[in-house]
Write a protein that binds this ligand. Structure first.
Ligand code: 5AD
Ligand code: SF4
Length: 437
C-alpha cells in the first residue's frame, strides 16, 4: 500500500482542503503516514497571505530534495494559494517537485498523480473556474470537531490581500448541501463544527433569492448532536443586524466572534478598500455585545500599511483601548505582488513596523490578561480536546468563546466530553482550571 503525507500551512480553509485531498487519496488506496521520510507522496498545501508563509514553504521544499534523491518514485505536489499564485514558476525554483495544483483543482489530484507516474514529467493545473464549486467529501482529522466550508473565494479585494487573486470569486455552497454534511457529522458523533468562508457574511448573496448568512445559521439550529457551531471569518461591511439577531437567537452558535478591523484609522481603512469606518465597526460591535451574551471578540490588525503615519497608528492603539478585544492577531504589512498596495507610495520602513507591532502587542496582551482575569472563580462548559502540546499530563478544552482551559489529566475523561470547568487562574493566552462535573 502506498502512503501519503500532507503538510498544511495557513488558514482553516487550507485545513479543510487538506481533509478533502486526504479523502481522495484514500479512495484510491493511499494510506496516511506520520513519517515523511517513508512517504510515497508528499503534498504541501500552501499559504501565500504573507511573504513569510511563502519563504517557509520554499525552505521546506528544499529540505525534501534529499528524499527525492533517495527514492526516485517519490511524488511531491504543491497545492493551495502559493501554487495558484506562483504557478509554473515553482518548477523553475524547485525542479524536484512533480505537481503544481491550484485552488480550484484539488478534485484532480488523483489524475495528476497517475500522469506523473506515466510520463515522469511536471504536471500543472491552475485553471480557475469561478462558476462552479466542487462538492468534495472530507476525511475529518478529528472525531468531534470538523470544519465545513460554506463558500469559496472573496469579492472584497482589500488592497493588501492576495486571497481574491488566488481563491477566485465568491461562490456559496447550497444550503441543502451544508445541512446534509452537518447532519451526517452530527450522526457520526461530531459535536462542534466550524463554518468556513473568507467572508461568511456574504454567504448566499450570490443565490439572489433572499438567502443570507443569518438564514443559514437559523437553518442549522437544532441539528441533532451538534452542540457548537463556530464560524469564520466575518466582515464588518457585510455583517447585518439581522444576522447578529440570528446568531444571538441560535441555541448552538458559540459566543465567539472574529471580526477583523485591520486598522483604527479611517484614512487607512479607505486605502485598504475596506468600505466601513471605525465608527460603524464600534456600533456593530456594541450591537453584538448587546445581542449575544458574554461574547468573546477577536480581531485582525495590520501595522505598517503603506502611508500609515504615527497618527494613524496612534488611532489603532486608541481603538484597542476603546474596544477591548479578547485577543488580536497582529500582522506586519507584507507586500504581495499583484495587489494594489504593493505599488503604493510611502511604504513603511521595516524597523518602524517592528516597533509598532511590539507596541500593539504589549497593549493588547495587557487587555487580554485583564479580561481573562474576570473569568477566575467562574465556571464554563468546555469540550475536551486532549493533551496540551507542551505537557501531556495537562489536558485542555475550550469554552464556547474559544478560551483555552488547561486542567490536570483525568483518566475518567475522554476527548470530546463536555464538562464544566472552574477557572482557578487566568493568564494572557490560557486559563488553568479544575473539572467540577
Ligand atoms: N500583509 C499582512 N497581513 C495580511 N493579511 C492579509 N494580507 C496581508 C498582508 N499582505 C492579514 C489580514 C487578514 C489576515 C488573515 O491576514 O489581517 O485578516
Ligand atoms: Fe482578503 Fe479582504 Fe477578502 Fe479577507 S475580505 S480575504 S482580507 S480581500
Amino acid at each position: 500500500m502506498k502512503s501519503y503525507y500532507i503538510y498544511t500551512y495557513g488558514c482553516q480553509m487550507n485545513i479543510a482542503d487538506s481533509e478533502r485531498l486526504a479523502h481522495q487519496l484514500e479512495s484510491v488506496g493511499y494510506a496516511p503516514t506520520e513519517d515523511v521520510n517513508s512517504a510515497d507522496l508528499i503534498l504541501l498545501n500552501t499559504c501565500a497571505v504573507r511573504e513569510l508563509a511563502e519563504t517557509k514553504v520554499y525552505s521546506r521544499i528544499g529540505e525534501l530534495k534529499h528524499l527525492k534523491a533517495k527514492n526516485k518514485n517519490l511524488i511531491i505536489g504543491i497545492t493551495g494559494c502559493m501554487a495558484q499564485k506562483n504557478q509554473a514558476e515553482m518548477f523553475k525554483k524547485a525542479p524536484h517537485i512533480d505537481i503544481v495544483l491550484g485552488t480550484h483543482n484539488i478534485q484532480h489530484i488523483n489524475e495528476m498523480i497517475v500522469e506523473v507516474q506515466r510520463t515522469h514529467k511536471h504536471q500543472i493545473n491552475v485553471d480557475m473556474d469561478n462558476t462552479v464549486l466542487q462538492e468534495l467529501v472530507a476525511k475529518p482529522n478529528g472525531t468531534f470537531f470538523a470544519s465545513v466550508p460554506i463558500m469559496n473565494g472573496c469579492n472584497k479585494f482589500c488592497t493588501y490581500c492576495i486571497v481574491p487573486h488566488v481563491r477566485g470569486r465568491e461562490i456559496s455552497r447550497p444550503v441543502e448541501a451544508i445541512v446534509k454534511e452537518v447532519t451526517e457529522l452530527g450522526a457520526k458523533g461530531f459535536k462542534e463544527i466550524t463554518l468556513l468562508g473568507q467572508n461568511v457574511n456574504s454567504y448566499g448573496l450570490d443565490f439572489k433569492d433572499g438567502t443570507d448568512f443569518g438564514t443559514l445559521i437559523t437553518t442549522l439550529d437544532g441539528i441533532p448532536g451538534i452542540e457548537r457551531v463556530r464560524y469564520m471569518t466575518s466582515h464588518p461591511q457585510d455583517m447585518t443586524k439581522s444576522m447578529i439577531d440570528a446568531l444571538g437567537a441560535s441555541s448552538n452558535v458559540v459566543t465567539q466572534l472574529h471580526l477583523p478591523i485591520q486598522s483604527g484609522s479611517n484614512d487607512i481603512l479607505k486605502k485598504m478598500n475596506r468600505h466601513y469606518t471605525v465608527e460603524h465597526y464600534k456600533e456593530l460591535l456594541e450591537y453584538c455585545r448587546k445581542t449575544i451574551k458574554d461574547i468573546v471578540v477577536t480581531t485582525d490588525i495590520i501595522v505598517g500599511f503603506p502611508g500609515e503615519s504615527d497618527d494613524d497608528f496612534e488611532q489603532t492603539l486608541q481603538l484597542l483601548k476603546d474596544v477591548r478585544f479578547d485577543m488580536a492577531y497582529t500582522f506586519s504589512y507584507s507586500k504581495r505582488s499583484g495587489t494594489p498596495a504593493a505599488t503604493m507610495d510611502a511604504q513603511v520602513d521595516e524597523e518602524v513596523k517592528r516597533v509598532r507591532l511590539q507596541q500593539l502587542m504589549d497593549i493588547q496582551n495587557e487587555i487580554s490578561l485583564e479580561i481573562n482575569k474576570t473569568m477566575e472563580g467562574k465556571t464554563y462548559d468546555i469540550i475536551v480536546e486532549g493533551p496540551s502540546s507542551k505537557d501531556e499530563n495537562m489536558w485542555f478544552g475550550r469554552t464556547s468563546g474559544s478560551k483555552m482551559v488547561l486542567f490536570p489529566k483525568d483518566e475518567s475523561l475522554k476527548i470530546g466530553d463536555t464538562v464544566i470547568a472552574y477557572i482557578d487562574k487566568a493568564q494572557t493566552w490560557v486559563c488553568y482550571g479544575t473539572i467540577v462535573k
